[in-house]
Design a protein around this ligand. Structure first.
Ligand SMILES: *Cc1c(COP(=O)(O)O)cnc(C)c1O
Length: 392
């Protein structure tokens, strides 16, 4: 794994200023709603530029700031804002940059709540969205209209891992004055840095790998200081979706072990993917760093690694076999989310009415697995016993 040169500094020291808190190794949780002033002039300055200091914890908070500095540095960005969850980070990043009459081009099948924003909320404000196959830059160009102001990327996406050629799409957007946001949750900045590839805003859910223990939510939006200030002064303060100090503290703790966890998860995932590929009842496995992956070349070119998420399909096409497989796992749990210590599966068919399940539709048969921190042999034996009951 090739980590940024300064990652140990970022995770262990950057932003901590321990002399301000008794040289404690672990930072304090500054659990306060407001900050007191001695001088009216200082209070006036804080009103004038709330991002310039501490006034009220809906804005900045010292514990959150430690996290903020580390996450911006990891992304190679000037600045970042930390939200109470990833969906809020995306909402603010988009909402701050569009107006009535605008048009957005988005990858097909973005994250659930992004799609909901595009399909349900934005049409109420006269904003339209075109979904495209984002794998070719020419598709972005072709979908762009005179009123297109925003490109939404998610690379890889979270079920079939479709990638966008990030550098090319970013360059196209720049040439047309279009703002870009990329959901980088799959990779984290350890494996991919959209800002360095020319994207304006990089987003990741901190709920997944950053937290790493399935015990808090969080969301990160990074970019230029000017862009972050624009969002801070409007959506961040107005919606009030900033992260709370205790949750920020949990994420700082998560960051300390992030490289070690990702490294372990990456190694175990390679083993599990190999196991699944050779299994006689498994039809196919989708994983960006497997040579059979349709965009394997692009994946190894723009990503340093692929983490713990992959998708597979069983040879049998009936829904009941998928249900039986998922329900017979003894240790691997069935749940949404990922990035924690625990391995998980989720079948696509859980979100499809049984009457609408189409055995000929490849996507309906998807089962997504997230590989956690357990021993590989423990996971393989659980998969083995659950697959043993499935017809070829
Ligand atoms: C989970 C997730 C989000 C949303 O993050 P939350 O912290 O759950 O709000 C966004 N994008 C992707 C790809 C995700 O997996």
């Amino acid at each position: 794994m090739h980590l940024p040169d300064n990652i140990s500094y970022i995770l262990n020291e950057l932003g901590e200023d321990r002399e301000n808190y008794f040289n404690a190794v672990s930072p304090p949780i500054i659990q306060t709603s407001n900050f007191a002033f001695k001088k009216v002039a200082d209070l006036s300055r804080a009103f004038d530029d709330e991002m310039g200091g501490y006034l009220y914890s809906r804005g900045l908070n010292p514990t959150v700031d430690i996290l903020r500095k580390k996450l911006a540095a990891l992304d190679g960005a000037e600045d970042c804002l930390v939200f109470n969850n990833g969906a809020a980070a995306i909402f603010a990043g988009i909402f701050a940059n569009i107006k009535s009459g605008d048009h957005i081009v988005s990858v097909a099948k973005p994250y659930t709540w992004v799609q909901r924003m595009f399909d349900v909320i934005l049409p109420r404000f006269g904003v339209t969205v075109t979904y495209i196959d984002g794998t070719a830059t020419s598709n972005w160009d072709a979908a762009t209209r005179p009123n297109t102001t925003f490109y939404y990327l998610e690379s890889p996406n979270s079920w079939d891992y479709a990638l966008q050629p990030i550098r090319e799409v970013a360059a196209l957007a720049k040439s047309k004055g279009i703002t870009t946001l990329a959901d980088n949750s799959y990779c984290t900045p350890l494996y991919q840095k959209p800002i360095e590839m020319g994207i304006d805003m990089s987003m990741q859910t901190a709920t997944k790998y950053i937290g790493g223990h399935s015990d808090t939510l969080g969301g990160v939006l990074s970019g230029s200081h000017a862009m972050m200030k624009k969002i801070f002064d409007s959506e961040y303060l107005n919606i009030g979706s900033g992260i709370q100090p205790f949750n920020a503290w949990l994420l700082i703790r998560g960051l300390r072990t992030l490289p070690a966890r990702i490294e372990r998860i990456t190694r175990t995932t390679a083993e599990i993917v190999q196991y699944m590929k050779q299994h006689p009842v498994v039809e196919s496995v989708l994983f960006p760093f497997d040579e059979s992956f349709p965009q394997y070349q692009l994946a190894v070119q723009q990503m340093k690694g692929a983490g713990g998420l992959f998708t597979f399909r069983l040879k049998t096409k009936n829904r009941q076999s998928i249900v039986q497989f998922c329900e017979s796992l003894q240790h691997i749990m069935m749940a949404v989310s990922w990035g924690g210590h625990e391995s998980l599966v989720i079948p696509k068919c859980a979100g499809i009415l049984p009457a609408d399940f189409d055995p000929a539709n490849k996507e309906h048969g998807y089962i997504r697995m997230y590989v956690g921190l357990e021993e590989p042999a423990y996971l393989i034996s659980d998969l083995e016993q659950a697959l043993a009951g499935i017809d070829k």
